[in-house]
Design a protein around this ligand. Structure first.
Ligand code: PEP
Length: 246
């Protein structure tokens, strides 16, 4: 069985001194039983690359432009991220879909740009509370994933998917292991129809994952790791979640 993957999403937190302490704390824990990465604000990527150069911990960004270069003020391209040694980039986080009106099509184009330049996109998707309560969860996540499959074609097997119910992000309210597993199984089935690699793909769960709930979530058949927000800002919590991902 392949290793699970645990990725920290620092969001817009941190400063140079604090980041360096956080990364040192994670590295001090020694080898982790899973693959692990941190997705940091753009401005800290260069420092992160230096801090993690000799470690097994990977790093990445939290967004990327759909364009490789050009007159796109304020955007950061996939070739730029690659030059800074990024392995991953998060695309379609609900804070971007919601707060920045990112459409399914734009998220798919960002995933395509990432893959074209050697980055692994972590494609986030998930339903709002209102959508869940009105029975639309399956339709929403399938629509979000299908936009990406449509644009990537046979390359869809190269992405990481992160199921993040919007109502569980930063709220302290996590999906139950059964709720998460049932959506992950739907996504796996959809991926199987698109790529022969579906069973080897990573489908991460994100939404208030903490040291005390990580192991049960990660024990589910189709949960291949986690995308961790708040708990990735404390070395001890992040390490403990990684250790739960055996
Ligand atoms: C996230 O930001 O992707 C996330 C899952 O946040 P949290 O773990 O804080 O809910």
């Amino acid at each position: 069985m392949s290793k699970k993957l645990v990725v920290g999403n620092w969001k817009m937190h941190g400063d140079r001194a604090g980041n360096s302490e956080l990364l040192a704390g994670i590295l001090a824990a020694g080898p982790l039983p899973c693959d692990a990465a941190v997705c940091v604000p753009f401005v800290y990527l260069a420092d992160t690359a230096v801090s993690l150069a000799a470690s097994a911990l990977r790093w990445g960004a939290q967004d990327v432009s759909a364009h490789a270069r050009g007159a796109y003020t304020g955007e950061v391209s996939a070739p730029m991220l690659r030059e800074l040694g990024c392995r991953y980039v998060i695309v379609g986080h609900s804070e971007r879909r919601g707060g920045h009106a990112e459409s399914d099509a734009l998220v798919a184009d960002k995933a395509k740009a990432a893959l074209a330049h050697g980055l692994t996109p972590i494609v986030c998707l998930g339903e709002t509370l209102e959508q869940r309560e009105s029975g639309q969860t399956e339709a929403v996540v399938k629509r979000q994933l299908s936009a990406v499959i449509h644009v990537l074609g046979h390359c869809a097997g190269e992405i990481v998917v992160a199921y993040e119910p919007v109502w569980a992000i930063g709220t302290g309210r996590t999906a139950s292991p059964d709720q998460a597993q049932s959506v992950h199984a739907i996504l796996r089935t959809q991926l199987r129809a698109a790529t022969a690699h579906a069973d080897a793909m990573k489908i991460l769960y994100g939404g208030s994952v903490k040291p005390d709930n990580a192991a049960t979530l990660f024990a589910q058949a189709d949960i291949d790791g986690g995308l961790i927000g708040g708990a990735s800002l404390k070395a001890a919590e992040f390490v403990s979640i990684c250790r739960a991902a055996q």
